[in-house]
Design a protein around this ligand. Structure first.
Ligand code: ACO
Length: 452
């Protein structure tokens, strides 16, 4: 492939600034326990968020910290994405998400996240050409699709096919060069899109549509999913813009479950393909990326049962029901999710453009309006998150429900790659290995089978 040389010459410095270079460690916190006092450094990030560095705690006191769900745990220092959950701020490499969603496109944002700066015209062209030239899968991999049952969830296909890429590319993590690493990043960004679209075509029994080098990244997604060999496929600019926005809004979200998984797997030195496959698996769960599918299923259920959405909210508030209002609430955003605001507007625009009147959108708007004035949701600071409206847009674009999380994975991929790269380059990195507080049985004798 010609692009090898070009990638080598890209100003894509893998040895970026270390994320711990810009933190201030002047303050100290004092921990007192059983008469022993320990001074712990307080690390301050560029936006003044503070963290007590407990890395010497166990060595000096024998104590560890316990933090279910890592609610208070900073697992790393990172220079990629900033979130202020109270103020509803999300920035990639310092640039506001609203600005990126309005003025940029997904490929440029991917470059920004991975390489830490907006690309020059030439860098963007080289990066885009790399994505264009690496979109094909090894033809042997095409046979894999036939082996999956037609009922297979496309996330199962995406995660296993992504892991399988390691079998095709010489990816010894210990022998990587800057060129080979850049190539892996490009391959993943380009080939995962192809895998995702092929898995959809297989599930509906249509011929695979290969990527078209004349099309942009997002137009190719639309074409590979919706074109058929027998007729011309027209791609609407407005729809491509919305697809870009959806992917940009999902592109990174600092140390969420799937990104932390990617970093954790990377810390063991595993292949980049294995790391991305692990990230995809983590994203699949309904409390994370699977929420967009769960939202649409919830809206459909309300619609099909003829239930009033106010009654549905009563059920949600009844703790015994164990029902959650999917697409509401977020571990970090406690005021509003800026991504949801952008998508709410995009949703109206797309439905208008396509002339679709979706009763599920009306139910979603009703639920949102009602929940935002209900003390249950207000007191718990529960607001619509990015997934509340994304599913309605995907549906309007003709994307089936079980592909929603796949679309999320395509969007999140640059974020995973950026975090993978940051972790890979961190000069003080350690294998991630949390501790535990053991609560099982104390020493037990082994009882032979005949005596049990
Ligand atoms: N519906 C009803 N009640 C909720 C919801 C919800 N969606 N979310 C939280 N709560 C309630 C909890 O029951 C709990 O109430 P309690 O204090 O009376 O026990 C309180 O709010 C706090 O909830 P936690 O689960 O402790 O909050 P946490 O930060 O751990 O969870 C999460 C965040 C997982 C996103 C949660 O809000 C949720 O399950 N939401 C629905 C699923 C969803 O939309 N996930 C997508 C997240 S965005 C993303 O991954 C891209």
């Amino acid at each position: 492939m010609k692009i090898f040389g070009k990638i080598k010459n890209m100003s894509t410095d893998l040895k970026e600034k270390q994320p711990n270079e810009s933190v201030n460690i002047n303050n100290k916190a004092t921990l007192e326990y059983q008469g022993q006092k320990l001074e712990l450094p307080v690390v301050t990030g560029t936006e003044n968020e503070q963290a007590i560095d407990i890395s010497k705690l166990r060595a000096e006191t024998g104590l560890i910290t316990l933090d279910n769900g890592y609610v208070n745990t900073g697992s790393c220092q990172s220079a990629i994405t900033f979130i202020d959950g109270e103020k509803g701020i999300l920035r990639y490499r310092g640039i506001d998400i609203e600005e990126l969603a309005e003025r940029s496109n997904f490929v440029e944002v991917a470059y920004l996240l991975i390489y830490g700066k907006l690309p020059s015209k030439e860098e963007l062209e080289q990066f885009s050409t790399g994505l264009t030239n690496h979109s094909l899968l090894h033809e042997d991999m095409i046979h894999f699709f036939a082996g999956y049952p037609s009922t297979a969830h496309p996330m199962a296909i995406l995660s296993s096919m992504t892991g399988s890429l390691a079998a095709y590319y010489n990816d010894n993590p210990q022998e990587q060069t800057e060129e080979s690493l850049n190539l892996d990043l490009i391959r993943l960004l380009s080939k995962l899109r192809t895998i995702a679209c092929f898995s959809y075509k297989k599930s509906i029994g249509q011929p695979l549509i290969y990527p078209n080098n004349k099309l942009s990244y997002c137009s190719n997604i639309m074409s590979m999913m919706f074109a058929v060999p027998t007729e011309e496929y027209y791609i609407d600019d407005e729809i491509v813009k919305v697809m870009n926005q959806l992917l940009i809004l999902h592109a990174d979200h600092e140390q969420n479950c799937s990104t932390s998984t990617v970093r954790m797997v990377q810390s063991s030195g595993a292949s980049i393909y294995a790391c991305m496959s692990a990230g995809i698996s983590a994203l699949w769960g309904p409390l994370h990326g699977g929420a967009n599918q769960a939202v649409l299923e919830m809206l459909k259920q309300i619609h099909d049962s003829g239930m009033n959405y106010k009654d549905f909210l009563k059920e949600v508030k009844d703790k015994k029901s164990k029902i959650r209002l999917m697409g509401f609430g977020h571990r970090v955003y406690k005021n509003f999710d800026p991504r949801a605001k952008i998508l709410r507007k995009a949703c109206d625009r797309v439905l208008d453009k396509l002339g679709v009147s979706d009763p599920l959108l009306e139910i979603a708007k009703g639920l949102e309006e009602e929940a935002l004035k209900d003390p249950y949701f207000v007191e718990r600071k529960l607001y619509p998150n990015v997934d509340f409206y994304s599913g309605i847009i995907y549906s309007a674009l003709g994307i089936p429900v079980d592909m929603f999380t796949v679309m999320f994975a395509l969007g999140r991929l640059p974020g995973w790659l950026a975090h993978w790269k940051e972790q890979y380059n961190f000069d003080k990195k350690k294998i991630c290995r949390p501790r535990q507080v053991y609560t099982g049985a104390s020493l037990n004798p082994y009882i032979p089978l005949r005596d049990r």
